[in-house]
Design a binder for this molecule. Sequence first.
Ligand code: ADP
Ligand code: MG
Length: 363
Amino acid sequence: MKKQTTDFRPASKSVGFVLLAGSFLLFLILSGCGQETEECQFSFETMGTVASLRLMLPTDLPAEKAIGIVEDSFAEVNTALSTWSPDSEISRLSRAAADSAVNLSPLLRTCLTRSLKLHEQSGGAFDPTAERLMRLWGFYRRKGVLPSTTALDSALADLGKWRLEGNPALVVKEKPGTHFDLGGIAKGLAVDLAVARLRKAGVKDGLLDLGGNLYCLGGAPDREDWRVGIRNPRNRDELFATVTISEASVATSGSYERFVTIDGHRYGHIMNPATGRPAEGLLSASVIAHEGILADGLSTTLFVLGPDAAWDFLDAYYPDVEVVLVVPGINEGMDTVRATPGLRGRLKLLPGFEDQYQIIFPD
Ligand code: ADP
Ligand code: MG
């Protein structure tokens, strides 16, 4: 699965930036240079997407080593958690019988523990067992199919039928047909793993982008933070706004990112477990949080909850995270951007988008 494709410029003191085109949900905008570090940029395919790095390396950390740290971190998570590989730990768990206690690797345990917490807090909107629904709508075949009501009902009956038991936790499935898909949270976990290891190796400034799950370490050259762009959900080739971030992760969920077309209608890849259908209340949800796993898990959760329930959920459980929701208007051009008040002065529309979007900071 892992394949290196591009642009390794070892230990150059490059100024300027190029984050490569491709499937980035967000990418950085500024650059410059300043300290006793060497900059390295690198991009490669992993976890079914593209990873892109821009790291300011201390002079005693070779670029090959830093890149290896990141590649290995992402590969470890992929090996354990990829639904696409029948041999992964998560695929084996999906095939496990009901009522047997299954041992977990630390990575899978973290992922399931955090998923369960989000699942409970969100009243089931975040569900790491949406695999059957994803399959029914055709996401594993990459060809859309309208599922029958009977098939949907059968998949819905098996949703969420599992629990964690003991300490350290084992997982017990209550129904054999409960199958896991951790696509809503695993990339954030992978980013956290890489960031922790990079910090340990002495990296203080850098930006990691794993398919739209970013982590901003320190700041860009000559800045104390990073300025990253948020994709226009109406046209994923453009950015419509920027936000400044430091020592935090940002993740965006949007149905434009992955969808299937059935009878001319586009269905997005984030399922609403309450209906069994793709969630449709938002155009995109971006979350800035201190951990990648939280930003990733929450962006998926908010996307499912939709504009109103998302706000109540945040008030109740996550008053400290920053959020940007793009809420569809009746027509294109009438969409609104709702952002948490902490983003005042940090979230800015890019030139040309003032007419298309209006930012509201609800109290
Ligand atoms: P992306 O994968 O584009 O970064 P997200 O982080 O929002 O986007 O994750 C979407 C993925 O999460 C889907 O492709 C699927 O694997 C999984 N998923 C779908 N519906 C749900 C849900 N209700 N709760 C948790 N995960 C989900
Ligand atoms: Mg997510």
